[in-house]
Design a binder for this molecule. Structure first.
Ligand code: FE2
Length: 374
């Protein structure tokens, strides 16, 4: 009975039902070459394209897909373009964290009514494959949430994009779907953004990490995780905290020139295979010292995977009350120390690897030191 009431209340209060991540669009300096990297190294397949050849005069966009993970890489064709200005300031980075919804008009109205800054009024786009409705609101930094309603669309991506294939042979690495996307925000502004997601988007606070969880000798950060009603969208928000030396979040903010997406976590069903293959293709991951694996059995207990294989690949393990998880983090994937990826395999656990934070941040600090930024 109590559960029914709770459920009813949750249903009533979910004014912003979300189906999941629709796509993540990057604004980059050279989309053609970025697309090659994501196809060859990460095994994404090129599925759609928009650019001069399809009647789009000012930019080129490549749509890449692996299972439910869809990335769009867009570059401008002139220096005056908004995208070029964005790349000049931030380097390559995430512009749109786009969310799949059933009603893009209502998503816009409900969030703007609660204080969201409008970026795009609900707009209908159509072609021979049907129609979509798209709207958009601002979030931290220059990042934007697009709401994509596509229930009446059957095309490869969106109207204006042409379905394409190329001769490149791509081999998927087992990426399944986006697990969470993390934002770094300015010192003292984490709670403001958590409150934004609660008030404007109806998200709930899942977990808080503070100094005692994640400070190392040098660097520290604060983090809170917000999630939507059905849990399909999870956004951890980080801010720097005072430490002896520069926090990794501060390094990001300095080089990205403001708040932005720090990492995208993608789920796999077989992290050993995924990471082995990514390593063979030259993807660089953070390193944890051997001593990390000495204390793992005591901390996480029995797991199904071969510990030696995990150790060889530098995969991290953590346990919570629901199960365990396996995770690993890449080094930044551009020259500025900004965006990186996480590969995660969940074996019941619904948390984010708190037990790994210390080992992980010590590893990040070694890299920061090499860059002269610690
Ligand atoms: Fe993460």
């Amino acid at each position: 009975m109590e559960n029914d009431l709770l459920e009813a209340e949750t249903l009533v209060s979910d004014f912003l039902p979300l189906n999941g991540t629709d796509h993540i669009e990057f604004w980059v300096g050279n989309a053609k070459q970025s697309a090659y990297y994501y196809q060859q190294a990460w095994g994404y397949k090129l599925v759609a394209y928009a650019g001069p050849e399809t009647g789009v005069r000012d930019r080129a966009s490549y749509v890449l897909q692996q299972n439910k993970v869809r990335l769009v890489l867009t570059t401008a064709l002139s220096p005056e373009h908004e995208i070029s200005q964005h790349v000049l300031l931030h380097g390559d980075g995430v512009k749109f964290l786009s969310i799949w919804v059933d009603d893009a008009r209502k998503s816009f109205e409900e969030t703007v009514k609660r204080g969201a800054t409008a970026v795009q009024e609900p707009t209908e786009f159509s072609d021979a494959d049907g129609k979509v409705v798209i709207s958009a609101i601002k979030t931290y930094g220059d990042t934007v949430h697009r709401f994509v309603e596509r229930k009446e669309y059957n095309g490869a991506f969106l109207p204006g994009y042409k379905a394409v294939t190329n001769a490149m042979e791509v081999r998927p690495v087992g990426l399944k779907h986006v697990d969470h996307c993390v934002g770094n925000v300015e010192l003292g502004r984490m709670n403001e953004w958590v409150e934004f997601y609660e008030r404007v988007m109806g998200f709930q606070l899942l977990v808080t990490f503070d100094d005692s969880d994640i400070s190392t000798e040098y660097s520290a950060l604060m983090s809170k995780v917000v999630s939507n009603g059905n849990g399909f969208i999870k956004f951890p928000i980080n801010e720097p905290a005072e430490g002896k030396k520069k926090s990794q979040i501060e390094e990001y903010l300095d080089f990205y020139r403001g708040a932005g997406v720090q990492h995208i976590a993608i789920e796999t069903d077989n992290i050993i295979e995924t990471v082995s293959e990514l390593r063979r293709r030259g993807i660089e991951f953070l390193y944890v010292p051997e001593v990390y694996y000495e204390e793992v059995p005591a901390r996480v207990g029995t797991i199904e995977e071969d510990m030696e294989a995990l150790k060889k690949l530098n995969i991290l393990i953590d346990r919570d009350e629901d199960g365990y998880l396996l995770q690993i983090f890449t080094k930044p994937v551009e020259d500025r120390p900004t965006l990186f990826y996480e590969i995660i395999q969940r074996k019941g656990a619904r948390s984010f690897g708190k037990g790994n934070f210390k080992a992980l941040f010590e590893s990040i600090e070694r890299e920061q030191e090499l860059r002269g930024n610690l």
